[in-house]
Design a protein around this ligand. Structure first.
Ligand code: PMV
Length: 331
């Protein structure tokens, strides 16, 4: 089973542009219980469920139209993307799955309000916005679960970036992955805040898809990971239902640290942390000891995301001058 077989079951057999162009926005998301390891890497099928929170106004806006030249044409934040870059190749390959005919080329304009590849899941919002824009451009009228499956084929975490708020991605069991899609939770949490602590906007040294493979194949701790995540998801669902912030923060932080422990115990070992990462983690732990309900999570990069309730926003700003505070649930 390959991505084109999956797409053939979801997308109409023949289609053509229904309008000149289509634009869509998708928020970035951060996992509170992480996706870290696959059961099928061709279809990006994860080993376990995961659960995320979307970053509301931090995300990607993408416009799709037909290219007037004989090749795809991409811009990222108004800069033309060179054909020899990995970014161009990855996107063009993904678009091969959606060409109405082999001579159809796309023009894709992408604008990110988050740094590219700094462990802030710009590929998640990127592929999600692209699928939403294609759905409108070709008038597919696909349902949410189908859009989530298509986004997942671009990047696993993109399956969770189609909505605001909390999103639960189900691992599923089927080999074709048709039961592997994300769903938005209806619960809201207006007092919840996410703080972005960005130390570097440099591209990460190891892409997350390679990193999770190394961990899955070589880490002595990896066998503990799947059941750890399943528990994290259960605890997060309970924390969200009961609005138990301590349970939410503690579960998310423990889950992130367990994921990073699989990197330290890989062969060869690797670490996304930089000096600033550790300095800030220790500061978070000190503030928590002093009574602040403040937790963090960290993805495949050195930057941290803080989790805290609205009523300590001022204290967080004072402690971390450079923090950008996100309100995931805007009324
Ligand atoms: O979707 P990918 O291949 O970029 O992998 C994302 C991996 C993490 O961000 C580390 C975890 C997650 O669940 O988003």
């Amino acid at each position: 089973m390959n991505p084109s077989d999956v797409i053939a079951t979801l997308v109409p057999k023949s289609f053509s542009p229904a309008r000149e162009s289509a634009t869509a926005y998708a928020p970035s998301n951060i996992a509170l219980a992480k996706y870290w390891g696959k059961r099928n890497s061709t279809l990006n099928l994860p080993l376990t469920d995961s659960l995320s929170i979307s970053l509301f106004n931090k995300g990607t806006t993408t416009t799709v139209s037909q290219s007037s030249t004989q090749s795809d044409y991409f811009t990222l934040n108004a800069q033309l993307i060179d054909k020899n870059t990995l970014f161009y190749k990855r996107l063009s390959e993904f678009l091969n799955l959606f060409r109405p005919n082999p001579h159809f080329y796309f023009s894709i304009q992408t604008n990110n309000s988050i740094p590219h590849a700094a462990g802030l899941a710009s590929s998640a919002s990127g592929f999600a916005a692209l699928i939403l824009a294609l759905n409108t451009f070709f008038d597919w009228h696909l349902e949410d679960h189908a859009l989530s499956i298509l986004a997942r084929l671009g990047s696993g975490s993109a399956s969770r970036s189609l909505w605001h708020g909390f999103v639960h991605w189900h691992a599923g069991k089927r080999e074709d992955g048709l039961d592997c899609f994300a769903e938005k939770l209806n619960d809201t949490w207006p007092e919840l805040r996410v703080g972005l602590l960005i130390f570097t906007e440099k591209e990460k040294a190891i892409p997350s898809r390679d990193a999770m493979k190394i961990c899955q194949e070589t880490s002595a701790f990896y066998p503990l990971w799947p059941s750890h995540v399943e528990h994290s998801v259960e605890k997060l669902l309970e924390a969200i239902k009961t609005k138990n912030f301590t349970l939410l923060g503690n579960t998310a932080e423990q889950n992130a640290l367990a994921m990073h422990a699989t990197m330290l115990t890989s062969n060869p070992p690797f670490l996304y942390w930089q000096t600033e990462t550790l300095i800030h983690i220790q500061k978070i732990w000190e503030l928590r000891k002093a009574g602040l309900p403040l937790y963090f999570t960290e993805d495949a990069g050195p930057n941290l995301k803080l989790l805290f309730p609205e009523n300590i926003t001022e204290a967080v700003r004072q402690a971390f001058g450079e923090v950008e505070v996100i309100t995931p649930f805007k009324s």
